[in-house]
Write a protein that binds this ligand. Structure first.
Ligand SMILES: *Cc1c(COP(=O)(O)O)cnc(C)c1O
Length: 395
């Protein structure tokens, strides 16, 4: 099977596309052209790779977990350590890639939206590194809940703009960022934080993260003499860390892949973010994908214990991989995620992010069905320091 998506128009099957105000169409075309050129350009690649190495700290380790493996007594479990990236999660891979592109396009004003603040911090970090002006839109409610990240962004020299419309959370911040972009397209580059938004963002962000899966291949070869795992797991919010790990293995049909989304209090309750489990297709923030709607077709407020999975949509490529069943998606409750945090902390001395903990929690289901000679790789998307308050309140 060869996998060559998205199409030229930005579709993964029925999902993706460019559902944006007309004024943005030429802007997206300009972006796509600049991206395609940059991605083929050796000089761009060299600078991007150099920064990933010297600044982000790549390649990140592939750590064998002896105690976690013994805990289940089945397949060998490895962790891909994105928690060891500068700023503590994978998001910086993409922020660095996009800021290099912005510079190449001569855009010297960066905007971004953020929910939990993690993408805001990664963007603010990259902007400080390059000395570029940065404005981050954030819901007033989220600013209250994520004070520490607001302080981080400010310390890094970013202006955080409070958004007081609607539910005052991520989807409103995204609307505001899009409004700013439409008004200031000449000099402004919009850094989107996951594999969502209109084409070419889902493809571009995927490719800035595919270094994760490429490294897994090399490192597994080194450690085990084989390039592919039997099982590959990652948590899914918008889906960027997952697609970064999955994409290089999509054509290897023997690799079973699992995307773990947040069920919140339960996929059968209103307090959930289990987009693929209970959502239906629709358009949000510029692309067609699975979404959580209420009975009137309005976007539903998502809930998850982990702020980074608390999004009512999902990247269009995941909707496609779900429908074609190439990847299995399951949902994990807040309570299960807390068990996952405890398990990895106690067995391996690694406190994972609450997002990552959703993937760890799925091991309870997966591991009994594995064999001793099989290999499991779990993408450890981030570290848990940022979540300590939530974690201690829920222990
Ligand atoms: C933001 C975040 C996620 C969720 O985003 P994806 O785009 O789905 O990867 C997962 N883990 C961590 C640590 C994050 O910060």
């Amino acid at each position: 099977m060869t996998y060559d998506l998205p199409t030229k128009e930005g579709y993964f099957g029925n999902f993706g596309g460019k559902f944006v105000p007309e004024i943005l169409i030429p802007v997206l075309e300009e972006l796509e052209e600049a991206y395609n050129e940059a991605w083929q350009d050796d000089e761009f690649q060299a600078e991007y790779r150099h920064l990933l190495n010297e600044y982000v700290g790549r390649p990140t380790k592939l750590t064998y977990t002896n105690r976690l493996t013994d805990h289940y007594g089945k397949a060998k479990i490895y962790l891909k350590r994105e928690d060891l990236c500068h700023t503590g999660a994978h998001k910086i891979n993409n922020a660095i890639g996009q800021i290099l592109l912005a510079r190449r396009m001569g855009k010297d004003r960066i905007i971004a939206e953020t929910g939990a603040g993690q993408h805001g911090v990664a963007t603010a970090t990259a902007c400080a590194k390059f000395g570029v002006d940065c404005i981050v839109y954030m819901g007033a409610e989220d600013m209250e809940r994520q004070k520490l990240n607001v302080e981080r962004m400010r310390l890094l020299g970013t202006e955080v703009r409070s958004v007081t419309s609607g539910s005052q959370t991520l989807k409103d911040a995204t609307n505001e960022a899009i409004r700013d972009w439409v008004t200031n397209v000449e000099d402004t580059f919009y850094i989107i934080g996951s594999v969502v938004g209109p084409h070419p963002y889902p493809k571009m962000v995927r490719n800035f993260h595919k270094v994760i899966g490429d490294e897994i291949r090399d490192q597994l070869k080194e450690a085990e003499g084989r390039e592919v795992p039997d099982h590959l797991l990652a948590c899914v919010g918008g889906g960027s860390n997952a697609i970064g790990a999955f994409y290089p293995f999509i054509e290897d049909e023997e690799v079973k892949m699992y995307g773990l989304e947040a069920a919140g209090l339960g996929a059968d309750t209103d307090e959930t973010a289990a987009t693929l489990t209970i959502g239906t297709p629709g358009v949000l923030h510029g692309s067609m994908s699975y979404l959580l709607h209420d009975a009137d077709g309005q976007i539903q407020l998502a809930h998850s214990i982990s702020a980074g999975l608390d999004y009512p949509g999902i990247g269009p490529e995941h909707s496609y991989l779900h429908e074609t069943k190439r990847v299995q998606y399951h949902s994990i409750t807040d309570e299960q995620a807390m068990e996952g945090v405890k398990l990895l902390s106690e067995t391996e001395g690694i406190i994972p992010a609450l997002e990552t903990a959703h993937a760890i929690a799925y091991l309870d289901e997966l591991m009994p069905n594995t064999e001793k000679d099989e290999i499991v790789v779990l993408n450890c998307s981030g570290r848990g320091d940022k979540d300590m308050t939530t974690i201690s309140n829920n222990l």
